[in-house]
Design a protein around this ligand. Structure first.
Ligand SMILES: N[C@@H](CCC[C@H](N)C(=O)O)C(=O)O
Length: 317
């Protein structure tokens, strides 16, 4: 192959081939061993890396995507890095989705990160101040194994809600905007939790029934729709009663996942704006329930759910 490409005499090509082999061997030898732990929150699973010795993630987006591969890698919906703190925080979170893209925030992931850091440091239950690309997020490890996260305030308009759908509410919020797609008109409410969400309670004016949806068919059509220039996470929601919904999600950069924390928060905010649910609401996902409260007193959202260690390991990268 090399001989043909360079059409060199055999001896020269042999020397070149040997040099390439040496370089390949050196590259292989230069591989480092990465210690990781795998955590999951309701089946939304992440590879956690203690990166607190360096300001940037020690993996490239491509390496992260390879590790997330469920056949050829460790498997995961994303890779999360614990980085040094910024300002008056305890640490910084960065995350790559399983396709290597970098989102601003991850709700299930930040519960896993809090549990991971507490496990690594041998800390007792405590509250962390974590810097993210979506601002300050504060998870608290509770005595019963759950993690309650102060997710901050939802964003309902402006550039952090990247959509070209026209506002339907004063203040610029997109609430129940009709989006024609795949033969139906979907009622979309856009909510940013730092990362973008398109929340859908109805199609053609009828309530969503999550069991009737083919998420693998319809999900990607929302994710890459041109009305969402930064792509989007999409939540399909069925109301059981005002304090209890079912939701299935198609995530930007990760596809169908068993749960999405920021998506559950966006679901409740959208449901309140549409007058369909109360501010305290249980969100049942394929992986289990999350308890969400959009507190009227401070406009902040509180999310409570589990975060558990699956296994630890080492991998050459
Ligand atoms: N599963 C996460 C969200 C992860 C990021 C998302 N895929 C995006 O690109 O915005 C969660 O629990 O919030």
């Amino acid at each position: 192959m090399i001989q043909q490409r360079f059409s060199q005499p055999a001896a020269a090509a042999g020397r070149r081939g040997a040099r390439l082999q040496v370089r390949a061997a050196a590259a292989a030898a230069a591989k480092t061993t990465l210690n990781f732990k795998k955590y999951q929150g309701l089946g939304n699973d992440f590879i956690l890396v203690d990166n607190r010795h360096a300001p940037e993630p020690i993996l490239t987006p491509d390496q992260a995507a390879a590790l997330c591969d469920r056949n050829f890698g460790i498997g995961g919906d994303g890779v999360i890095f614990a980085l040094p703190p910024v300002g008056a925080t305890d640490l910084t979170m960065r995350i790559y989705n399983s396709d290597g893209s970098e989102p601003e925030m991850c709700g299930n992931g930040i519960r896993c990160l809090a549990r991971f850091v507490a496990d690594v440091d041998g800390a007792a239950a405590r509250k962390y101040r974590i810097h993210t690309l979506a601002g300050l997020i504060q998870p608290e490890l509770l005595g019963d194994g759950q993690v309650c996260v102060d997710m901050g305030e939802p964003i309902l308009d402006g550039p952090r809600v990247p959509t070209t759908l026209p506002p339907t509410r004063e203040g610029g919020a997109v609430v129940e905007a009709p989006l024609p797609l795949a033969g139906r008109r979907w009622g979309i409410t856009c909510v940013s939790m730092g990362n973008p969400h398109a929340v859908i309670y109805s199609a053609n004016g009828a309530p969503i029934k999550v069991d009737d949806l083919d998420i693998f068919d319809i999900g990607p059509q929302f994710e890459s729709n041109t009305v969402f220039p930064a792509r989007t996470n999409t939540e399909f929601v069925e109301v059981l009663n005002r304090g209890h919904v079912r939701m299935v999600v198609w995530e930007r950069g990760a596809g169908r996942t068993l749960a999405c924390g920021t998506g559950a928060c966006a679901t409740v905010v959208a449901g309140v704006l549409e007058g369909k649910v109360d501010r305290r609401c249980r969100v049942d996902l394929p992986g289990g329930p999350l308890h969400i409260e959009w507190r009227e007193a401070d406009n902040r959202i509180y999310m409570t759910g589990p975060a558990e260690l699956a296994f630890s390991g080492q991998v050459a990268v």
